[in-house]
Ligand binder design. Structure first.
Ligand SMILES: [Fe+2]
Length: 202
């Protein structure tokens, strides 16, 4: 188990706990770590996801934002990241545009470097001009935005702008979508309870 990853995860959760979510003003507490109950692989790991071409740019713009220190932590730990996509996302279930537009590095979770049942937590990267369309899942989720210039939609509603430091909460089965403009999105993203990533409705 890597001390550097542990420190990065601690830093991310501290940033979450220092905020309230932007729509409900809720305080989100880091969930207690639960030992893995059901060993499973939910991710398709790789090192050639198209979105990775914009990782450097995402870190560059995150370094100017409110969560610059967290972005620095990400940059320092990148060597231990294992980038992935949800294994249930294929060309049969989602668009090629989405597969080329995002990747996720889980750090804690069922098939993560720090193995546990809860929380599933890591960093999401989306390219500029990409769209992670409406989707939902049972597990409640938080996102902590590190980069400027992205938009969010909840309950299939109007798009709203998000900025570095914004915390967004998705309730159980709440529809949500993300969209980028001229810059990539980097965000800390976590399921705060156990869930099945293969049952995401998209
Ligand atoms: Fe989600």
């Amino acid at each position: 188990m890597s001390e550097r990853l542990e420190q990065l995860i601690d830093m991310a959760w501290q940033a979450v706990e220092a905020r309230v979510d932007i729509t409900g003003k809720r305080r989100i507490r880091r969930p207690p770590t639960e030992a893995l109950r059901n060993p499973r692989i939910e991710s398709r790991f790789g090192d050639d996801f198209a979105a990775l071409a914009e990782l450097e740019r995402a870190l560059e713009i995150a370094a100017d934002g409110e969560l610059a220190q967290l972005a620095q932590g990400v940059a320092s730990a990148l060597g231990e990241f294992r980038w992935s996509q949800n294994a249930s996302y294929t060309e049969d279930t989602v668009s090629r545009e989405l597969l080329d537009g995002y990747t996720y590095a889980p750090l804690t979770g069922p098939d993560s470097p720090i193995r546990c049942e809860v929380p599933l937590a890591g960093f999401l990267l989306m390219t500029a001009h990409s769209h992670y369309r409406d989707h939902r899942h049972e597990a409640r989720e938080i996102y902590l935005v590190l980069t400027p210039g992205s938009c969010w939609s909840l309950d299939s509603g109007d798009w709203f702008d998000v900025k570095p430091g914004d915390l967004i909460f998705h309730d159980s089965w709440q529809m949500h979508a993300m969209r980028t403009a001229d810059e990539p999105l980097l965000a800390f993203a976590a399921w705060i309870e156990s869930g099945d990533r293969n049952s995401i409705e998209i």
